[in-house]
Ligand binder design. Structure first.
Ligand SMILES: Cc1ncc(COP(=O)(O)O)c(C=O)c1O
Length: 393
């Protein structure tokens, strides 16, 4: 059977090899500490689960009407975006999606033509370049400097813009970088794209997971012009520990949202109706559960960062958001005699029984990603093992 060029072009995630090996070792009874998780280790809050049960009992089990999302969910999203992000959207400007991932895919499909350029700051979340590839677009990678916590300056973004630039992907707080742009930095970058024919994909999946005195500004809130040029993406996944529910959303200019809804109506028909009602309950309900999870992540972020910086061959930028540390381990490659992040991760798994994600998957081969969406006990144990392998500073 001959597969399409489209499917053949896609790379399988480099992260899978390490994950598969970790699973195999666990299957053999080996005690592997996993730092690979891309999802909260908490349960979905009880009141959200109850809202889903109530939605099922109330008969919200059919196609969502319209497919773009039920009105209570769209209204709850508009309220959240106003309350937390200072953004005015009408329900018609909102699309409910199968997780945040579908929203990003639909936006890429609705906007990117073959040959269009998409600026992608590195390190980046793994699915962006693959989605651009599926649309026939060209990804223009721009590496953030570690000295600036991997964040791009407005000038660096300006330098990457060409007449073919169609989209700027902007993800803050970042997966995998764990960094967050300050409001001032967002405003400076907004100034660079303002008035140009560029759409900004502002991936705000982690907007509620901020640490220290970090402040957050939605890209669309930077200025009235930025609002016109931005699609704002979010989901229940990270904020409410709802990764398995597959419920996300995007808000933006009417015409783009309509185009995305059209593609969605011919592909997935949207996400499950009862999950949309549960998301509405989560957004409208008490938010102390979010703060409790945030606080715990913050405690772990601080601990992991301190410990990593105490290990030979490792330096780590302090995480200010999301739930990842993204240490530079290039000096550790020398200590261990390995070539890059893939070999380092394989060796770490084999020798220390610790699973991390190679940075090459995110466009940074000098780094690896450690998720702190796992218990303090596991974090302590995993870091003890890495320290034992490489030594203390
Ligand atoms: C930066 C970023 N964007 C989008 C997503 C997709 O989220 P969802 O699980 O809601 O599809 C993720 C999930 O890992 C992410 O880290």
């Amino acid at each position: 059977m001959k597969l399409s060029q489209r499917s053949e072009q896609l790379v399988e995630s480099a992260t899978l090899a390490v994950a598969a090996k970790a699973a195999e070792m666990q299957g053999k009874g080996i005690d592997v500490v996993g730092f690979g998780a891309g999802e909260p280790d908490f349960d979905t809050p009880e009141f959200v689960r109850e809202a889903c049960k109530a939605a099922l009992d109330a008969g919200h089990t059919r196609y969502a009407k319209p497919a773009s999302g039920v009105m209570p969910a769209k209204q709850a999203i508009c309220s959240k975006l106003k309350r937390e992000n200072n953004l005015d959207y009408k329900p018609g400007q909102v699309l409910l999606t199968v997780g945040g991932k579908e929203a990003l895919y639909l936006a890429t499909m609705a906007l990117v033509d073959p040959g269009d350029e998409v600026i992608l700051p590195a390190p980046y979340w793994v699915s962006y370049p693959e989605q651009v590839l599926l649309a026939g677009g060209k990804t223009v990678y721009v590496a953030g400097k570690e000295a600036n916590s991997f964040k791009l300056t407005a000038q660096e973004i300006a330098n990457a813009i060409t007449p073919k630039t169609k989209v700027l992907i902007f993800n803050s707080p970042s997966n995998p970088g764990g960094f967050t742009y300050t409001p001032e930095e967002v405003q400076a970058i907004a100034k660079v794209v303002e008035g140009k024919n560029i759409v900004v994909f502002s991936d705000e999946m982690y907007d509620r997971l901020l640490y220290g005195n970090q402040r957050f500004l939605s890209f669309a809130a930077a200025s009235p012009q930025a609002y016109e040029q931005t699609l704002t993406f979010n989901a229940g996944s990270k904020t409410y520990a709802m990764t398995g529910w597959r419920v996300g959303y995007v808000a933006g200019p009417d015409a783009v949202i309509k185009a995305m809804a059209k593609i969605q109506s011919q592909t997935s028909s949207g996400t499950s109706t009862f999950a949309q009602h549960a998301l509405a309950a989560a957004l409208n309900g008490p938010q102390d559960c979010v703060e409790a999870m945030r606080k715990e992540f913050e405690r772990r972020a601080e601990y992991m960062w301190q410990r990593l910086n105490g290990i030979k061959g490792i330096t780590c930028v302090q995480p200010t958001g999301a739930f990842y540390a993204f240490p530079n381990v290039s000096e550790a490659y020398k200590i261990l005699g390995v070539k890059g992040s893939l070999d380092f991760s394989a060796l770490l798994l084999e020798k220390a029984h610790v699973a991390v994600v190679p940075g090459s998957a995110f466009g940074c081969d000098a780094n690896v990603r450690l998720s702190f969406a796992t218990s303090m006990e596991q974090i302590r144990k995993g870091l003890d093992r890495i320290e034992e392998l490489l030594g203390k500073k």
